[in-house]
Write a protein that binds this ligand. Sequence first.
Ligand code: TXA
Ligand code: MG
Length: 316
Amino acid sequence: MTISEDEISGAAALLRAGKLVAFPTETVYGLGADATQDAAVVAVFAAKGRPKFNPLISHVADAGKAVALGKFNAEAHKLAEAYWPGPLTLVVPRTAHCPVSLLASAGLASIALRVPSHPIALALLRRADRPIVAPSANPSGGISPTLASHVVSGLGSSVAMVLDGGACTIGIESTVIKCMGGEPVLLRPGGLKKSDIEAVLGKKLLIEAMKAGRPDAPGQLEQHYAPRAKVILDVVWPRFDVGLLAFGPKVPRHPGPVLNLSDRGDLKEAAANLFRMMHELDEAGVQTIAVMPIPNEGLGEAINDRLIRAAAPFHR
Ligand code: TXA
Ligand code: MG
């Protein structure tokens, strides 16, 4: 999927004018806005129906720009060096003169920063020449988009432009790590393997399971990444009337719709397929999506994190 220079400069001009532009990253599509304009940041929360206490990630074109916005300790530097550009988000203290809207930090003294590796995202960030907030481009609580068509069906008219970069290769959001002094904390498992990160740091990560979108209140799980259908997990013998989200070579015979995350049992492939297949089973109109067991290792940790939240009881 190629995008012309004209489209990139058109998208950058819209961002600078305070409009919303959806763009591909290697993880999922982001709903972009100029991070330095309060009104543009407010428009992102409004378009997603996102609670204002859930802060946004600011995206920049390189690590040099990130260190002007946040204070990096030795561990944050190490991680940025190892993984940027790529599927890593660092939560660090804001610098004194950080130009990013305080609304993006939702009242916290921290800022979340990421340098994505997708060439379209990088070209857009360079051209816009300012930090761009970009949550996943889906209505709050829903399934994240890994195709441009997901963005159009989910957010449609609230977006001025959608840059279509085809399917996102990683397919699951960035790993979020908090480096706020003290030991580094894993806030969200994502596109990087925890064991690899721990090898880079030479120590174990602390783990803080945040309540859906409430980084200051860890603990209780709320529904997120949720399709319209009900989601049930670790299913070995599916009922006849469910949509089956399978994994691996041994799939029970099933009369209803079946999509296999990876028939060779590859977790990377499964991550890349996860959200698209959840979208597709939802569109097939099943009442229930039954998910086969996914090993909880490597990228399986991020996949299971999303599935557990998709299956969590709904309360708002
Ligand atoms: O892969 C990704 O990270 C995608 C692409 C578009 O870059 N973006 C994304 O954004 O997933 P979003 O808004 O859907 O998720 C951002 C997560 C949320 O869980 C939010 O609570 C957390 O990052 N977060 C943002 N700022 C934070 C902060 N200052 N402290 C703690 N958590 C923060
Ligand atoms: Mg999201």
